[in-house]
Write a protein that binds this ligand. Structure first.
Ligand SMILES: C[S@@+](CC[C@H](N)C(=O)[O-])C[C@H]1O[C@@H](n2cnc3c(N)ncnc32)[C@H](O)[C@@H]1O
Length: 421
């Protein structure tokens, strides 16, 4: 029979771990794991901020106090570095986004037992938990959920339903089965709401949606019925502010999860790239970093594969008269080559979760003096970073960023400097 053991750390997936390697879900460092598998709370274990915690799939770490949450974020990043012996010269204390600041969220709406449920998926299951509150998202997002639920019910009654409709037995008024994705983003004009996977037929259903958008002051309402996003409501063009420039926001575009998280990443990039006159921003999206870095003395090449984001970046840079050259290119199939890379004083890259192995291999063989690597996945980052370190780059600084409060999702900014530069 096992003994009483103390939880000494939180593993990458959020379980507490003891010195002998026993795992316990929902634990905090300092908790005691009893032989029967139950937990005795320690000094870092707090009451969760949300009544849905443990059922809702959005958060894994609400039991941690601020100190141990911050420690989790820092260790996730620091361990990724030590695991590959990257020799980080400095690790800055983590930035954690405060509650109620998440400005983009992907939710699911489903009908079940005659009700419509909107929520994040329940942890480790396919069930949805109805969100009556959410301390992570912007309050404006939470406010809209209940009216949206009512709208979806009314649409169901008036003929709107999911693709692959599956009308349940129960007479002509039975609610059709609904399974839609809900995308929320905060823009300069307000909430941008996208619904995907819902079929809306008829004038009455369209009017219901327009009334909803008007009544709730939406910046935009888009609907994807299976053949691409269609804008139903957008009284003025929707934009986001990046580096002080209003940039058109195509539906579903990438936006850093919180404004303060974006600012933490951008300020690292600005500080580390001060004095660089030619910068390549790879995986540039709408231009979060390009707009922050471009200036009278700094030209930026912004490279992005998503066509809508690329075009929005290009148009905004043109209107603002900034020295940003936007390039539409798939960097997985066609990474920047050595002769292209070596023209830059610095390269910033912010790839998707898979990382950017091929692009990094080319960078490692080149002579770019400074590389800033922003990552949303410490595992792919450490694999890529090892190639840079092997090629003679020093990992000068590492900044952990916890934009996804209470989740195990961790981001980081890192600075690599070519030895001898
Ligand atoms: C983590 S986001 C970063 C976006 C931007 N740097 C920002 O902070 O807003 C990754 C970006 O990489 C783009 N992307 C994904 N695959 C790509 C590829 N193969 N080539 C170029 N860009 C790609 C995505 O469209 C997305 O805009």
């Amino acid at each position: 029979m096992s003994e009483i053991e103390e939880i000494i750390r939180i593993a990458a997936k959020g379980d507490g771990v003891t010195a002998s390697g026993r795992f316990a879900w929902g634990a905090a460092p300092g908790d005691r794991l009893l032989p029967d598998g139950t937990l005795e709370r320690g000094p870092h274990h707090i009451d969760p901020a949300c009544r849905h915690f443990t059922q809702c799939g959005g958060c894994q770490l609400q039991q941690l106090d601020e100190e141990s949450l911050s420690d989790f974020v820092e260790k996730r990043v620091a361990n990724a570095s030590t695991g590959q012996e990257l020799g980080a010269e400095r690790i800055t204390p983590p930035h954690l986004s405060p509650p109620g600041t998440r400005r983009r969220a992907s939710l699911r709406a489903e009908s079940s037992g005659g009700r419509v449920v909107i929520g994040f998926r329940e942890a480790k299951s396919h069930r949805l938990v109805e969100l009556a509150e959410c301390p992570v998202m912007l309050p404006d997002f939470v406010t809209i959920l209940n009216p949206l639920r009512k709208l979806l019910i009314r649409l169901g009654q008036s003929g709107g339903q999911s693709k692959g409709r599956n009308k349940k037995p129960g007479g002509k008024n039975a609610m059709p089965r609904l399974a839609a994705d809900i995308e929320l983003a905060m823009t300069e004009q307000g909430v941008d709401l996208g619904i995907k996977g819902l079929t809306v037929e008829g004038l009455q259903a369209n009017e219901l949606m327009l009334d909803f958008a008007r009544e709730h002051g939406l910046a935009r309402l888009t609907l994807d019925q299976g053949w691409g996003s269609e804008t139903l409501w957008e009284p003025v063009p929707v934009t986001v502010l990046l580096g002080g420039v209003s940039v058109g926001f195509p539906p579903g575009s990438f936006l850093q999860a919180t404004l303060d998280g974006e600012q933490a990443l951008v300020s690292a990039a600005r500080e580390w790239l001060a004095g660089a006159t030619t910068v390549a921003d790879l995986f540039s999206g709408l231009g979060t970093f390009a707009f922050a870095l471009a200036g009278p003395e700094t030209k930026v090449l912004a490279v992005e594969a998503a066509r809508d984001a690329h075009l929005a970046c290009k148009a905004a840079a043109g209107r603002a008269g900034l020295q940003i050259h936007a390039l539409h290119r798939d960097l997985f199939r066609n990474p920047l080559q050595l002769d292209e890379l070596d023209r830059f004083d610095a390269v910033l890259l912010d790839p998707p979760r898979a990382g950017a192995r091929d692009q990094i291999e080319l960078l490692a063989g080149g002579k770019v003096p400074r590389i800033v690597y922003i990552s949303c996945n410490p595992s792919s980052w450490s694999r890529d970073a090892a190639l840079l370190v092997e090629a003679g780059y020093r990992l000068v600084e590492l900044r952990p960023v916890g934009q996804f409060r209470w989740s195990t999702h961790v981001e980081l900014a890192s600075l690599f400097v070519k030895t001898g530069s």
